[in-house]
Design a protein around this ligand. Structure first.
Ligand code: BG6
Ligand code: MG
Length: 216
């Protein structure tokens, strides 16, 4: 029997569809570098940091050793510039279906909520969505040493919520994120493609499909 006292959300691809904007921004940088970024490669970029994403793209193009550390920082910053342009127009209407109802249901049930996003743009996005005050805690990815699939970010969220990991549930759209939740010893909910998220304890197509009673 589950005893869920806290729910820890990923942001990109769970709360809003910024996963698509990350894809478009990497695709643009890839075109400039002559490295194709398709949906399959993009799936491996979900949940992981900006610089790790760049490393994977360079690797896929056989160019892992072609750039200095400073050049990679510049390329990652260029991608972030494209991304910022894409997210500039987001509004509360871009909150994915089911998110607000679930947050409200959790609050009414006294279940604490947290945000565990690898994105340094998370505070800006939450602000744009009007959700800055809707989470009890938010992990600062700058404080995290090992990114997803390492469990560190979810364990930090549980610590900030003052909850034991086995009383927490994590919600993710990325394979690396679901692995991080599982390795943290939490119950995992995957949002999206069942084939990609088969290691989650429970998979829904969208958060519209997740009700409090599903949380045990
Ligand atoms: C994650 C995304 O939430 O944040 C990744 O799934 C992204 O695709 C990572 O690379 C870092 O985001 P940012 O906004 O700091 O570049
Ligand atoms: Mg995500």
């Amino acid at each position: 029997m589950l005893n869920i006292k806290g729910v820890i959300f990923d942001l990109d691809g769970v709360i809003t569809d910024t996963a698509e904007f990350h894809f478009l921004a990497w695709k643009q940088l890839g075109e400039e570098l002559g490295i194709p970024v398709n949906k399959e490669l993009n799936e491996q970029l979900k949940g992981i940091s900006r610089i790790e994403s760049l490393e994977k793209i360079l690797e896929s193009g056989g160019r892992a050793g072609s750039y200095t550390a400073n050049e990679k920082i510049e390329l990652a910053a260029r991608k972030n510039g494209y991304y910022l342009r894409l997210i500039d127009s987001i509004t509360p209407s871009d909150i994915l279906p089911g998110v607000e109802a679930l947050l409200q249901e959790l609050r009414q049930a006294g279940i604490r909520t947290g945000l565990a996003s690898a994105s340094h743009n998370a505070p800006f996005i939450l602000d744009r969505l009007g959700l800055s005050h809707d989470f009890d805690i938010m992990v600062d990815p700058g404080e995290i040493g090992r990114g997803k699939p390492d469990p560190e970010i979810f364990l930090t969220a549980a610590h900030l919520l003052q909850l034991s990991p086995d009383n927490c549930m994590g919600i993710e759209d990325a394979a690396a994120g679901v692995e991080a939740i599982n390795r943290a010893g939490m119950h995992s909910i995957g949002v999206g493609d069942r084939a990609v998220l088969s290691h989650a304890n429970y998979v829904v197509e969208s958060l519209l499909g997740l009700r409090l009673q599903d949380l045990g």
